[in-house]
Design a protein around this ligand. Sequence first.
Ligand code: HGY
Ligand code: MN
Ligand code: MN
Ligand code: MN
Length: 417
Amino acid sequence: MARTIETEPLATAPAATVTGLMAEISAVGTDALRGGYTRPVYSTAELDLRAWFTEQAEKRGLAVETDRNGAIWAWWDIPGGDRSNSLVTGSHLDSVPGGGPFDGPLGVASALVAVDILKARMATPPRPLAVVVFPEEEGSRFGVACLGSRLLTGAIDPDKARNLRDPDGSTFADVARANGLDPRHVGKDEQLLGRIGAFVELHVEQGRGLIDLDQPVAIASSILGHGRWRLSVHGQGNHAGTTLMADRYDPMVSASRMVVAVRDIARKQPHARATVGRLQPVPGGTNVIASRVDFWLDVRHPNDAVTAALVESIHLQARVIAAEEGCRVELREESLSPTVHFDPGLQKDLQLALPDAPVLDTGAGHDAGVLAAHVPTAMVFVRNPSGVSHSPEEHVLDEDAETGAQTLADALHGLMA
Ligand code: HGY
Ligand code: MN
Ligand code: MN
Ligand code: MN
């Protein structure tokens, strides 16, 4: 895969700017209640952004197709249209609840501008190039992160995917059908996967690495292994006023003790990250002692065996707490992604093109992490001066955004040689 990468001066200025495209994207899906953006897959906001992306791609003469799993592919074809050994870039448009403006959209906007830059340098690409938008990267609606890329690569069983339910109880099959997919056909797409020669995803950095190194862009080395588990704590639902304190089996108290235990157990393990970001009492009345509390655990560590051991310790401690509180606890794995090391050859190519760019790992999952098990994959990160992500404070400076797109264009250009 090693290729020399020469970059030529631009023939003409790029037609669009990342900042301009990001302004258009950021007008969609603002969340007045939480702040930031809330764009679950197939919500009105995400559908609006899909339409926006399709229009932007068609404006650039790209051939737009939606695959069996709902990912959108915008192709810059070579004469004759053979799409083998294609170069693919892109990211996602869905968000976490109250997310920042750049997580996902920056990679999509930068890919469109990179196409502009490359089109200013060449009439047709020596290799087919596609910009992809993967659905449900955040897993915010159906609970499994990177659902679209997992389906494409066969990393999730199609039946399990079809039966995933969103918080309103709609299944992925129902929602997929309502949005033009045939749920019977979701799943691994060998032919499409076989066309991808390399995948390069640009993403806002979701940490402080580039701030501390005072650099605008970085090349990714690896993604921390991570997983999601659902814990359900069962107690005795009852009346808040008539139930004496001594007569309570309150799952909210148990769950609260368990959340603190998660923090205490993770603190003892260097490099571990463990989070409970979502907790749901059932039925959820102010004057009701809950009968059940569901909460979701996100655990990450560079060593997959340590992740498993951490979850085991947390489960053990949860059972001890439940017993002490007269409750019962169940733990169920919802998704698991092993630690991913990106393609060394591709990484070397990028380092040739970007000699000043540091190499950083990341604790955030990405579709690139899923594809990496099947095709040579790399990531480029763009500085985030807030150092914060999955929050409205997430930020990218205009000049860094343009540098990112230029970097992506140069990297893709070099991979075309
Ligand atoms: O959860 C993650 O790490 C990613 O942002 N989906
Ligand atoms: Mn994210
Ligand atoms: Mn993302
Ligand atoms: Mn992600």
